[in-house]
Design a protein around this ligand. Structure first.
Ligand code: SF4
Ligand code: FES
Length: 368
């Protein structure tokens, strides 16, 4: 008997893909991947109800469906619009989308401070990437930016409300992953802010996951703050036998030498926390904030980082060290001579430290 496929076809930027009914345009675009995928600042596939807040994922629907091929009159939020059989969508091939997206970036940056040089999120900030990819060089905004008083939310997480773009992701984490909902958005318009009740959501084993979902530097790791630029650290995949119920124990360690500067959940190509065995790989605060020794982890290998990311610079999974040529060209002299002059120099008197003598060096300070 012939099996009937209930898949539906959608064409995005001239690429046709078959998807299950109920798939959104954004999910279908992610199946194609690459530049065809619209950016998403508020949608997070692991958080129910996310999406529909930021409008960065706007696309043009050139044909609604095979049954009704009329175009949709306005650009639509791809994270909240389901595909129809025969739908034709334009993202990078649309003439309208770049202008609309530049407008959205302008709105998102109205109140966002341009403090990337001192912001810990720099290098992995989705708004920074969005600004570079879709923003305009100048701003038309003439008013002061909105500012908020600092709120201390404990020893682990720094809240910087001025940077918040109200994507709601952290409120969904508090709602869906921590024990009770004590965190939301209060007020409206330019007074809107994630609720001060966030202080209550912080007393929870999984509160650190709010840092991982925040697309900007509004929620950052206090134990890592100002310690290092992310692109100077080396991310490695690691796991440990964590006993906290619900913690996957799989993380990325951000190393400098052997020192663990930061621990985060593992992220996928969309910047979302990866899934393992069908479950989202959230990690607990013990893994994130209190396991900063490499001896507490089993290191699996270097994390794969997109080559388009600044974090990927100088990170090599298979590194072949170049052959040592100094010894060859120096007629057998070890290169350490150049590094540790006091112990191996054939010139200095090893008992005399030239930097410590309180007079100019003269011939008796050197070996004859
Ligand atoms: S703090 Fe971050 S995650 Fe929370 S709403 Fe603001 S931007 Fe989104
Ligand atoms: S990602 Fe679609 S509206 Fe924010």
């Amino acid at each position: 008997m012939e099996t009937v496929s209930n898949k539906i076809k959608v064409t995005i930027d001239n690429i046709t893909v078959e998807v299950d009914p109920g798939t959104t345009i954004l999910q279908a675009a992610r199946m194609i991947g690459g530049d065809v995928t619209p950016p998403a600042m508020c949608y997070y596939s692991k958080l129910q109800g996310s999406g529909g807040k930021c409008r960065t994922c706007l696309v043009e629907v050139a044909a609604g469906s095979a049954a009704d091929p009329r175009p949709m009159p306005k650009l639509v939020a791809s994270c909240r619009t389901g595909v129809m059989d025969g739908m034709v969508v334009k993202n990078i091939t649309s003439e309208k989308v770049p202008d609309a997206r530049a407008g959205v970036v302008e709105f998102l940056l109205l109140n966002h401070p341009l403090d990337c040089p001192i912001c810990d999120q720099a290098g992995e900030c989705h708004l920074q990437d969005l600004g570079y990819d879709h923003g305009k060089a100048g701003t038309r905004y003439e008013f002061s930016r909105r500012t908020f008083k600092r709120i201390d939310i404990g020893p682990y997480i720094q809240l910087h409300m001025n940077r918040c773009i109200l994507c709601y992701r952290c409120t969904y984490v508090a709602d869906q992953i921590t024990d009770s909902r004590s965190h939301g958005v209060i007020d409206r318009g330019d007074h809107a802010q994630i609720s001060t009740y966030i202080t209550k959501a912080i007393d929870n084993d999984f509160s650190g996951n709010m840092i991982d979902v925040c697309p900007v530097g509004a929620l950052t790791d206090k134990t890592f703050r100002f310690k290092n630029r992310v692109w100077f650290t080396k991310p490695v995949d690691a796991h440990r036998n964590c006993t906290t119920p619900g913690c996957c124990g799989k993380a990325t360690l951000w190393l400098r030498g052997d020192e663990v500067f930061r621990v985060t959940a593992r992220k996928d190509e969309w910047g979302e926390v990866q899934s393992f065995d069908g479950k989202t790989g959230w990690i607990c605060n013990t893994c994130r904030f209190e396991s900063k020794q490499t001896s507490q982890w089993t290191i699996e290998g270097v994390t794969t980082i997109s080559r388009h990311s600044v974090i990927g610079l100088n990170k090599y999974q298979t590194l072949n060290m170049p052959q040592e040529t100094v010894k060859k060209v120096m007629h057998g002299v070890e290169p350490k001579l150049l590094m540790d002059i006091h112990s191996v120099s054939g010139v200095n008197n090893p008992d005399i430290h030239l930097s410590e003598i309180d007079r100019p060096a003269h011939s008796s300070d050197f070996k004859k």
